[in-house]
Design a protein around this ligand. Structure first.
Ligand SMILES: Cc1ncc(COP(=O)(O)O)c(C=O)c1O
Length: 436
């Protein structure tokens, strides 16, 4: 069933009759969100270019925001699309669910996927939960994921352990080699392993895990491979085919710079049927009805044949238009350029941190194992105290990492950050550590 026949068959009724009875025009795709005033990039105007990018954010001028791994700010053109759509939809009191379809095309393009493979969620946790709750698993079936998983990645599986007796197995992510990570996962595979999940980039210390290789390993054993990409979408470009996953969940409100409470779930089209919706209603599929549109008690619900079967109920279309606007803004700046910039700043931090006495850098050094997150700790001062000084005296927003007893600091470097900011941060850390 494609989307059109699904909508016709849905009996929602409602939707067709309703659309033609509306008294105002809904928002279509936003005016080009890439309308940001940015100079053309050249190596000679690198600093001016990134300065202009910074000017596209409403972040307070003296705030050094380096916690995109927690929450990413949206650029002005994205906020405008979002705010205009919120307002417009209120002026005619319509939800404008139709706007999802244009945004779905744009989002599919971003991930090298088909529109039918894209579901708009509210956050990464919801995407992970749809996979954990939607796959058919029996008591004793096993899932493998890393011990550094964020609660938004681990919670959905511990929930299935509570509800269905799914067995959780944890591997320790290795920060030295790709081969070690593969070996750690391989060692846990048994005939009962049904799912392998990884964080594409781990949240606590920014380890870039070898998704493509893990995909091959999983598929060689007939195991579903799910990627929690909360820390990768928008940090660097890649396609779903390149990472070879069956499903991938991410947040819009981190590295992609989409409005708060946005997420994307990709499900490979040839595996779509294997994920049964955990919530159902409008947009999920065909509710059993007779030809007079009356519910029948003995019919079965038919699910829509695409990833959007996991969307249900009234949503805020402005947020979804904001996702498309954020993608257009990234395209305007340049996705590869953003990745290279974030990585260069992270490398600058690594090199500077290595010069400061007592600092231990936790993020792996091999380029294929890291990107735009840098984690470190020092034995000289408690990590929370260090963060406090950096926040109060220097206005740096970083993230404390208490997970797994790491007791460390995480720095995220993204398109609105600069080399100058990293220098200031290094000087502030150096000063604080030496005085401690
Ligand atoms: C790896 C990972 N997964 C899931 C989440 C949760 O994201 P969300 O708040 O969008 O559900 C995070 C948030 O930091 C994360 O880092």
């Amino acid at each position: 069933m494609n989307r059109k026949t699904f909508i016709r068959g849905i009996g929602l009724g409602t939707l067709g009759a309703f659309a033609s009875s509306r008294v105002g025009s809904a928002t279509t795709m936003p005016a080009d969100a890439a309308d940001a005033a940015l100079p053309d990039y050249s190596a000679a105007n690198d600093a001016a270019f990134w300065n202009a990018v910074r000017g596209q954010y409403v972040l307070e001028p003296d705030l050094h925001y380096m916690n995109t791994g927690g929450l990413g700010p949206a650029a002005k053109p994205v906020l405008k699309v979002f705010a205009d759509a919120v307002h417009h939809n209120q002026t005619i009191s319509e939800h404008d669910h139709h706007a999802f379809e244009g945004a779905r095309e744009v989002t599919a393009g971003f991930f090298g996927a088909e529109a039918s493979e894209i579901c708009f969620t509210r956050n990464a946790t919801e995407g992970n939960s749809i996979i954990a709750g939607g796959l058919t698993l029996a008591e004793g079936d096993e899932v493998i994921f890393e011990s550094h998983a964020h609660p938004g990645g681990s919670g959905p599986w511990y929930n299935q352990a509570n509800r269905r007796g799914v067995v959780v197995k944890l591997f320790e992510p290795d920060s030295k080699s790709v081969a070690a990570n593969l070996a750690n996962i391989r060692a846990l595979i048994t005939p009962r392993t049904k799912v392998i999940q990884i964080s594409h980039v781990t949240a606590p210390t920014g380890i870039l895990l070898p998704a493509a290789e893990i995909a091959k390993l999983a598929h060689a054993h007939g195991i579903w491979f799910h990627v929690d990409g909360a820390q990768s979408a928008g940090m660097f470009p890649f396609t779903m085919a390149e990472i070879g996953c069956d499903s991938y969940a991410t947040s819009g409100h981190k590295w992609m710079g989409a409005p708060h409470e946005t997420g994307i779930l990709f499900i490979r089209k040839d595996r779509n049927d294997e994920v049964i919706p955990i919530s159902a209603g409008s947009y999920t599929g065909r509710i059993p009805m007779n030809k007079d549109n009356r519910l029948v008690a003995d019919g079965a619900m038919a699910y829509a044949n695409n990833a959007s079967r996991h969307e249900y109920g009234t949503r805020n279309a402005a947020s979804i238009l904001g996702v498309a606007a954020a993608i257009k803004f990234h395209d305007k700046v340049g996705r590869k350029r953003i990745a290279a910039h974030g990585r260069a700043l992270s490398t600058q931090l690594r090199q500077g941190l290595q010069q400061i006495p007592s600092i231990e850098v936790l993020t792996p050094e091999p380029p294929e194992m890291c990107a735009s997150i840098m984690g470190f700790r020092t034995s000289r001062i408690d990590y929370n105290d260090l963060l406090g000084v950096l926040a109060r005296e220097h206005r740096f927003r970083l993230r404390p990492v208490s997970e797994q007893g790491l007791d460390s600091v995480r720095v995220s470097t993204h398109l609105f950050n600069s080399a100058q900011e990293c220098e200031l941060l290094l000087a502030a850390i150096n000063d604080t550590v030496r005085k401690a």
